[in-house]
Ligand binder design. Sequence first.
Ligand SMILES: *Cc1c(COP(=O)(O)O)cnc(C)c1O
Length: 367
Amino acid sequence: MARKIRFVEPAKLYKTIKEEIDQAYFEVMEKGDLIDRDQLKSFERNLADFVGTKYAVGLNSGYDALHMSLRAASVGEGDEVIVPAHTFVATCSAVVNVGATPVLVDVTKDFNINVDLIEEVITPRTKAIIPVHLSGWMADMPRVMEIASKHKLAIIEDACQSLGASIDGRGAGSWGLTGCWSFYPFKMLGGYGDGGAITTNDPEVAAFATRMRFNGEDRETGEYHGHGFTCLLDNLQAAFLDVKLRHLPHWIERRKQIAKRYYQGLSQIEDLLLPHYEKPGFDHVYQNYTLRSKQGNAFSDYLKEHGVEILTQFRKPYYKHEALGLVDRGFPETEALSREVCSLPMNAEIDDDEIEYVIEVVQSFYR
Ligand SMILES: *Cc1c(COP(=O)(O)O)cnc(C)c1O
């Protein structure tokens, strides 16, 4: 047993697109195009087209995208924002950092917000909902949109893990006021450093984010439109992301193929809950292949001991971290899944025989 299966291998992926990445790098360097130049504009156009929105605005991170979206929706002091109890903490921190109160809602077996539980926490102070599309699978947006329009709430999609996912052909990040994107290196579309964006169909939101990412300045007139931030997507990262975006459709196909193979190899093990859901029209792009094993740490430790790098996000739900000062109203599904989650290696660069090895290790645990 000398095998080691990595969770992701950015250097291996780089080798497959080295010529294009290197060319993008040299072009940026030789022209000295560092801030807000053609490469950024090109990437923004291509991202908007890919998602299916009129605009995309490049930012420094997914967190910035959430933060900027909340400000664009005028969320602040005294407002409440509904967020899932199971997500990456940034979804919630962005709400706290604009002075609003996050109101947590439990998730369902697909790891996304339980839409049946949303209306009971809506109050006159509720201003927005942030549905999160976790692991490449979208929240039930038709129903979320219905609730939002009934109660006149803004929808900010945390789509950081679901670039390319869709419902009835309509892309993640094109439903709400904004879609929020992260290009953190290990996301579906990862840069070589931090990066993010919002997508939107609203010209005023796009203009707002475009100014606020650059200290509030309208770069054509020099006028400051408000106290802003410094969170512009680097031109160099945009050039890299533009190259990688062209490859994303076939990388997604590869992820789906891997998911199918995992399903074939593991679906007969009764103890496992696999991330395959029956929902007509929903398209899963498998940012993560997160399964649930009732054996919890015994299962995940066994995989690690046999050289399979896995993620167990998150054994401790974010609202249980005392320093965050959040209200734990009891979220049974989140609690249960936190003990059981385990994400298997899932990336575009992994080889078939590595997938077979992972399947073998999981099977041997249950033997
Ligand atoms: C990665 C991620 C974020 C934050 O993105 P950063 O670019 O790391 O700031 C927010 N929400 C979700 C669901 C994420 O996966």
